[in-house]
Design a protein around this ligand. Structure first.
Ligand code: PEP
Length: 231
């Protein structure tokens, strides 16, 4: 089981305190995804550290971007790609997300690639169509790479306090895995209170946690729930 904490553009907890708190939790790979300025401190604290995004080139005139080799040089283990906030607010496309994922994997990084439908797409019955387009782009570029993990994050559940029911998550995860057979994390308002029932679903292989990862105790509780769940 994997529990990844996405700090987004928040300072997040003290890496050393967090590292001490999660060190003793067996059976779960805890990952932090801090803002770029905190990557080095998280690595130094001994946390498995992922960036929140990565570019496909190793260097070049790409203002505001960071490359796979730069991340590797810091001791960073991987990166998120395709988070819905990148897709929604910064115009990232399926093609760009796939290129980012492919370059990161080729460089030796791990990747958590995010997919998920909006409320409007779900309401109009297009959830599977949208997931298929998003996952196919990643699959065509990366295949079932051993360092690739997917995250199913319904956009309507991110930062809203609305969580998919365990049954909704299970259905979407099974569908995503039928397209690309890799572990799938659930993301969207995961908290200590709902982590157990979400992660007890057979095709939920962990969680991608936003808001609740900013608090050491709530992140640790979600890691504990993962450690006690099925695999
Ligand atoms: C996320 O940022 O990926 C996320 C799922 O956020 P939250 O847990 O706050 O909904």
């Amino acid at each position: 089981m994997i529990v990844a904490g996405n700090w987004k553009m928040f300072p997040g907890p003290d890496p050393a305190v967090l590292a001490r708190r999660v060190a003793g939790i067996a059976g779960v790979d805890a990952i932090v995804c801090p803002p770029y300025v905190s990557l080095a401190r998280c690595v130094e604290a001994g946390l498995t550290t992922f960036a929140q995004n990565v570019h496909w080139e190793n260097e070049g005139a790409y203002t505001g971007e960071i490359s796979p080799s730069m991340l590797l040089g810091l001791g960073v283990a991987g990166s998120l790609v395709g988070h819905s906030e990148r897709r929604q607010y910064f115009g990232e496309t399926d093609e760009g997300v796939a290129r980012r994922a492919q370059a990161a994997l080729e460089a030796g990084l791990g990747v958590i690639a995010c997919v998920g439908e909006t409320q409007e797409q779900r309401d109009s019955g297009d959830m599977e169509v949208v997931l298929r387009i998003q996952v196919d782009a990643i699959r065509d570029a990366c295949g079932a790479h051993e360092r690739l993990v997917l995250a199913y994050e319904p956009v309507w559940a991110i930062g809203t306090g609305r969580t998919a029911t365990p049954e909704m998550a299970q259905e979407a995860h099974a569908f995503v895995k039928s397209l690309l057979d890799r572990p799938v994390l659930y993301g969207g308002s995961v908290k200590a209170e709902n982590a157990d029932e979400l992660m007890s679903q057979p095709d939920v292989d962990g969680a991608l946690v936003g808001g609740a990862s900013l608090d050491v105790e709530s992140f640790a509780s979600i890691c504990q729930a993962a450690a006690h769940s099925h695999s």
